[in-house]
Design a protein. Structure first.
Lengths: 167, 154
């Protein structure tokens, strides 16, 4: 009873259709739309419009087909810029620029060992998880603030009844 | 002032929500077990959703079913009911990813500490319920909207 289903799934499918990334795709396809709090979130999110500059960087990073491809690739395995450039039929400089954008958005991290720069999926996952917990908290806080009002009324009612009994 | 709500991920498959209420446990418990009361707070007004029906048979083995506008349903069964102290129920609409919710009410000096734990059968089930994946959904849903918008202007 703590769940809100279909919105999430619907959104998941929509998202999936645009982004062929397995990192995201996996979570989406395993959805049985059912479960608890988060789908709630989804609805909330759509209603409460908020801006987030960090998201801007992600959107910018994800707005390019090559960069989405690179992310998909890195979900499967880390790779050097040379590997990626070859895979996407691109110059090293071109690929380096794409990786820089992804790195700036926190979606990818790179590490230089010797002459090779290796790229991996970045730390954004943790942030996403924190964001999820915060959204979860907001839902429950909203519910419980309303519950406060119900409890106050119940307490008042109880007092009234007690007074009546005394009389 | 409002009391603080905390949410913690206790493990890969458990989420715990904690909150204190300025009322004795019997009153808080009542608000969690009477449908006419539950209806008034379970769906926050800000969600813009309505609860079409709310049936709750709060006793061990009893079932509940919440139906929302648009036909979403949430249902399951109470597996433990200890008056003024503890309720456990299953969330069965999730099929194999079904979770178990345990709510405890602990009274101290007229206030009640409420702890609600949601336990999923696996890390994957919790992720499927939202977990780490949800923020991604949100991001992508927003990205979708952005892309549509960009497309409209192109």
């Amino acid at each position: 009873m703590n769940s809100f289903v279909s919105f999430q799934v619907e959104a998941g499918i929509r998202a999936g259709s645009n982004l062929p990334s397995c990192r995201f795709g996996k979570a989406i396809s395993s959805h049985r739309a059912s479960c608890a709090l988060p789908s709630y979130w989804h609805i909330l999110n759509r209603m409460v419009h908020y801006t987030n500059t960090r998201l801007d960087a992600s959107f910018a990073a994800l707005s390019d087909v090559t960069r989405r491809g690179v992310l998909e690739q890195l979900v499967r395995a880390e790779a050097s810029i040379t590997d990626l450039a070859a895979k996407f039929d691109m110059t090293l400089t071109g690929m380096k620029k794409h990786v820089d954008v992804l790195e700036y958005a926190g979606l990818v991290t790179t590490e230089k060992i010797g002459r090779v720069r290796t790229c991996k999926i970045g730390p954004r996952r943790l942030e996403e998880e924190m964001a999820w917990i915060e959204k979860c908290r907001q839902l429950w806080a909203a519910r419980f603030d309303e519950l406060d009002a119900v409890l106050e009324e119940m307490k008042r009612q109880e007092k009234l009844e007690r007074r009546k009994k005394r009389k | 002032m409002k009391n603080t709500t905390t949410v913690e991920k206790k493990s890969d498959r458990e989420v715990v929500v904690t909150r204190t209420f300025d009322a004795p446990a019997r009153i808080v418990f009542e608000a969690w077990t009477k449908p006419e009361l539950m209806k008034r707070w379970w769906v926050p007004k800000s969600m813009g959703m309505t609860l079409v029906s709310c049936e709750m048979d709060v006793r061990v083995g009893g079932t509940y079913r919440l139906v929302f506008g648009g036909g979403f349903e949430f249902f399951g069964r109470y597996t433990e009911v200890v008056p003024n102290s503890r309720i456990v129920w299953t969330n069965e609409e999730g099929g194999e990813n079904s979770s178990i919710t345990t709510v405890t009410f602990e009274e101290k000096a007229g206030k009640t500490l409420l702890v609600m734990a949601e336990l999923y059968p696996s890390k994957e089930a919790l992720d499927a319920a939202g977990g780490a994946a949800d923020a991604t959904h949100e991001t992508f849903a927003q990205l979708d909207e952005l892309l549509v918008e960009l497309g409209a202007h192109a």
